[in-house]
Design a protein around this ligand. Structure first.
Ligand code: 5GP
Ligand code: ZN
Length: 113
């Protein structure tokens, strides 16, 4: 997936402000934050979206959720946080590599806009 920007970030080819990394997962600060805390959590492996999670790659997706919990604890997000994955064009997915937005530091609307 040489034209995938998040694969390039995972490979170190594009710089990012890293918040967490392990063998399967990378988390980095969003370049255009929508909240005081806005971290993107991605599997290093190229998975297009949540619609493409399957028995072969679900461990990496689950590790993203584990990383979110670790980051929330580390960052002291005791007031709460939002974890969201836009899947597909009508949901507003602009980067076609699975990612979870970890958002915190302000109040969020529900239902989302
Ligand atoms: P989506 O719209 O697909 O749900 O989320 C993609 C997110 O990736 C957006 O919030 C956007 O600001 C962020 N983003 C896009 N390109 C880059 C980049 O090169 N570096 C970083 N750190 N974030 C990016
Ligand atoms: Zn990718």
């Amino acid at each position: 997936m040489s034209d995938c920007i998040f694969c390039k970030i995972a490979a170190g080819g594009i710089p990012a402000k890293i918040a967490y990394e392990d063998d399967l997962v990378l988390a980095f600060h969003d370049i255009d934050p929508k909240a005081p805390t806005h971290i993107l959590i991605i599997p290093k492996e190229h998975i297009v979206s949540a619609a493409d999670i399957n028995a072969e790659n679900s461990a990496a997706a689950a590790k993203c959720l584990e990383a979110a919990a670790k980051l929330a604890a580390e960052l002291g997000l005791a007031d709460g946080f939002r974890l969201v994955s836009n899947c597909g064009d009508s949901a507003g997915q602009s980067v076609k590599h699975l990612h979870f937005h970890l958002l915190a530091g302000r109040d969020f609307m529900w239902p989302p806009g």
